[in-house]
Design a protein around this ligand. Structure first.
Ligand code: ZN
Length: 198
């Protein structure tokens, strides 16, 4: 990277800070951007700034959305008595892609990880319990099957069971340590249909 100075170097450095972008890819992208028409570069930069400034948490399920409430929470056709708990908005998108889930979601924005110092208060568990004061019939825990995901699932089920709401966990079939978003739709559906009551 030391071969490039000034603004090119700065751009390459900024790009290489993104996940999955190594120094070589960063350089290739930087030179591609420099070669793009100015208007297109402006649009790209504005899309990034708009996304950062205008996207926030849905007030109900905490997924990322442009509005106060996301389209899923606003949809009266969804089953609002069934809540699927996922770690990230990307996991939500993975289940939405199957087109077969009719309930709503709750996005935790992470999982409990004593190693990383992430406790229950750092993720949206309190907010989930708050939602359960309304008419909810089932909570499906679809956290990842990593150690953190399992710890989180156990923690949540222990909190919910005394309330008397049905709690289930998606079936394993989702490989251990696998991110939900990388798993194909058939496997996701099988995991959902084969869920077991906790
Ligand atoms: Zn929502």
């Amino acid at each position: 990277m030391e071969y490039y100075s000034g603004n090119i170097g700065k751009l390459i450095e900024a790009l290489s800070g993104l996940p999955g972008i190594g120094a070589k890819t960063a350089a290739r992208l930087a030179f591609h951007i420099i070669g793009m028409p100015e208007e297109q570069v402006r649009q790209l930069a504005e899309a990034m700034i708009d996304a950062k400034e205008k996207i926030h948490y849905c007030e109900t399920c905490f997924t990322l959305t442009d509005d106060t409430q996301c389209p899923i929470c606003r949809n009266p056709g969804r089953n609002h008595k069934m809540i699927m708990v996922v770690e990230t908005t990307r996991d939500l998108a993975a289940y939405e892609k199957t087109g077969k889930y009719e309930g709503v979601y709750h996005v935790l924005h992470g999982a409990i990880s004593p190693m990383l110092g992430i406790g229950p208060n750092e993720i949206k568990i309190r907010e989930l319990l708050e939602r359960l004061k309304q008419d909810v019939e089932e909570v499906i825990i679809a956290t990842n099957s990593s150690l953190e995901g399992e710890t989180t699932a156990m923690y949540i089920s222990k909190l919910i069971k005394p309330i008397g709401i049905k709690v289930s966990r998606i079936a394993s079939g989702v490989p251990v340590g696998g991110d939900l978003e990388n798993i194909d739709e058939v496997t996701l559906l099988r995991a959902l249909e084969g869920r077991t009551q906790l």
